[in-house]
Ligand binder design. Sequence first.
Ligand code: NAD
Length: 471
Amino acid sequence: MTATPSMTIDGAAVETAATVGVVNPATGAVFAQAPDCSRDQLDAAFAAADRAFAAWRRDEDARRTALRACAAALTARANDIGAVLTAEQGKPLGDAVREVYTAAAWLNYYAGLELPREVIQDDERGLVEVVRRPVGVVAAITPWNFPLTLAFWKIAPALRAGNTVVIKPSPYTPLSTLIVGEILRDVLPAGVVNTVSGGDELGAWMTAHPLARKISFTGSVATGKHVAASAAPDLKRVTLELGGNDAAIVLDDADPAKIAERIFWGAFTNSGQVCAAVKRVYVPESLHDDLVEALAAQAKAVRVGVGTDEGVQLGPVNNKPQFERVNELVEDALAGGAVVVAGGQRLEVGDGGGYFYAPTILTGIGNGSRIVDEEQFGPALPVVTYRDLEATVDHVNTGRFGLGGSVWSGDPDRAADVAARLDVGTAWVNTHLALAPNQPFGGAKWSGIGVENGPWGLYGFTELQVLHRAR
Ligand code: NAD
């Protein structure tokens, strides 16, 4: 059993009376305990963040220096943190370590980003400036698919803007965030980042907490709606990054041999547990067989296994309910006449207790099937044929989700015209899931409110003030 990492409140380790078991998805067995934060301890975390805010907001240069120091401290421990992330999340060790480097990249990016004072009038009547001020204490809540990447999409801009943070990871993946909290204790002033862990109820306490002025949430649509409702009575600011059901639309001039590998990784990265993964492929009848064959070849060749094993490319599904959901959606598709061309069942790995699912390609399936219409969030991809491109774009746009989408073609301009018509936050051409610190990321419709990343993500952690001096 791994030692229980502690919560960090006001710069100090905090033990809890109760703990919650953390399961290794590669074995299905509890391998560590995480603290279960009490209400009083959560109050202490918010009070500490509130106290720290007064000094932290004042010195911009000190904040830039601190963000860079955080990046250095995390990269120095990347291998230890990555090992814990693999144990609790399941992803291959290389990917887990890369998440630590991603966190550092975001910290360094925001350390270097200007938070401009804009002069909108400077004449005989007056000087009018628009200033961006921090909001206050930020409540950050993250899911289990990219615990560290998504934590730092919040922490880095929140701190850069001058806010302080209370962060709660998913109960499935609390340990890596807690360890990060332990490491940052030596780098940041007390109370600037507080890490707490517990069940879903802890998230609800956070969103209702009177000292939280902004909620930055990443997770499911259902929970996002609860978060928005909980924030409303107190008019807290919210950013919501929610689910998606991204379509990859292949045009009739695409070359299946050229695009299959990219579409495959757009769908199966992190075992398909990516909000903006390709979750359904639309292909013209003329290209269907070649594309399905190429995708199936990828699915059969990819190495699935325990994240710490050499050469493993995909780990297990992170948790039992999610594993069961993927299985249920595949079973439902098969009952509706779908054909499995790769995968289609759980995989026996090790002692058989883990949540391994074979990368699955389904065809003979259409709109109206649950796995096409809903977010599967796992390693199973439906391929749907279409005849009418316009009708396909219209259909994709009728859905409630609007996170991302991609269009694939030998003619990038033609593809860009189609991509621009998708009602989504990110429309890709001949790629999918290409993200960067300077590129805003967010969803239309039920996929979210607001954006993360780039200057726009930073602005989400600020409020505008007009400073108007008469002359
Ligand atoms: P989830 O909504 O179940 O949980 C997310 C977080 O919310 C967890 O920390 C959980 O403990 C907490 N939570 C649960 N109930 C709460 C409540 N009532 N109030 C406040 N917090 C509460 O989501 P999940 O299963 O962990 O993650 C998967 C979902 O996240 C998928 O739908 C995926 O698409 C989405 N996601 C979106 C993005 C994005 O950037 N758009 C990124 C990753 C994942």
